[in-house]
Design a binder for this molecule. Structure first.
Ligand SMILES: [Zn+2]
Length: 253
């Protein structure tokens, strides 16, 4: 290795803006391993921006500027404390690059253009859209109690919310198709209104006007709940991981 090659190799730490930190995987939600195995406080050590879900699928989480909010079955957003626990979350240190400004565009078309314009189908990246949404449809799963059901059983236990003309932030992560299982292939997007009262897991949206920024990751830091007995003892070989994730979390925009 030459000196210049060595200089180009950056140490992998999750303080880097090129690292996506993931706690848990979507695959462990499939058989209902929904125990909270990390906390917001712990997660915030790995980034100031992210999405996730609480213990027992307690709400759709969004973290913006180091502040975590949860949207539960009422559709109303609320701050969550540092000891709030989660089975699954993504987080990163925000260092978004300006991408474009767009008006009157559906979220699916917008997402497709972002992937195509950047040739990023095989790359983890985050997208943040700030602006006014002429229409947005979100959902929140209803909190489940132990013994937990499977992800597919929970898929129809959800509340849906519609809003028109709402200002806010849509934060999403794109995962390459080869990581379907660890994540959901394609986009996973959550929303929080500017007045911090409304949000959820985004099913459909039309952007009236807004600015789009993105951030590309070359490293996935995958953290697993290795001390959780349910996780340690579970046999994943019989679980229909890919199909269940497609059914419950698939790209329905
Ligand atoms: Zn979600």
């Amino acid at each position: 290795m030459t000196k210049s090659q060595a200089e180009q190799i950056k140490p992998i730490t999750d303080n880097n803006a090129n690292v996506l930190y993931q706690h848990g995987t979507l695959a462990l939600l499939v058989p209902g391993l929904l125990e909270g195995t990390t906390t917001i406080g712990e997660l915030l050590k790995h980034g100031d921006t992210g999405i996730g879900t609480g213990e027992g699928l307690d709400g759709e989480l969004i973290i913006l500027d180091g502040e975590a909010y949860k949207v539960g079955q009422s559709g109303v957003a609320e701050r969550v404390p540092d000891d709030f626990t989660m089975p699954f979350a993504n987080v990163h240190h925000a260092a978004f690059q300006y991408q474009c400004e767009r008006s009157d565009i559906g979220l699916k078309a917008l997402n497709n253009r972002i992937v195509e314009a950047n040739g990023r189908a095989n790359t983890f990246f985050s997208v943040i859209v700030r602006g006014t949404f002429s229409f947005i449809k979100t959902r929140a799963v209803i909190k489940q109690q132990a013994p937990y059901p499977t992800l597919v059983e929970v898929a129809d236990r959800q509340a849906m919310f519609l809003r028109h003309d709402v200002r806010g932030t849509l934060l999403g992560y794109f995962s390459p198709v080869m990581f379907h299982g660890a994540a959901v292939a394609g986009f996973h997007e959550h929303f929080l209104s500017d007045d911090r009262t409304f949000g959820g897991h985004v099913l459909y949206a039309v952007l009236d006007h807004g600015k789009i920024h993105s951030q590309v990751f070359d490293t996935l830091m995958q953290h697993l709940p290795v001390d959780d007995p349910g996780y340690r003892n579970h046999d994943f070989s019989k679980d229909p991981i890919a199909e269940a994730i497609t059914t419950a979390e698939g790209d329905t925009h």
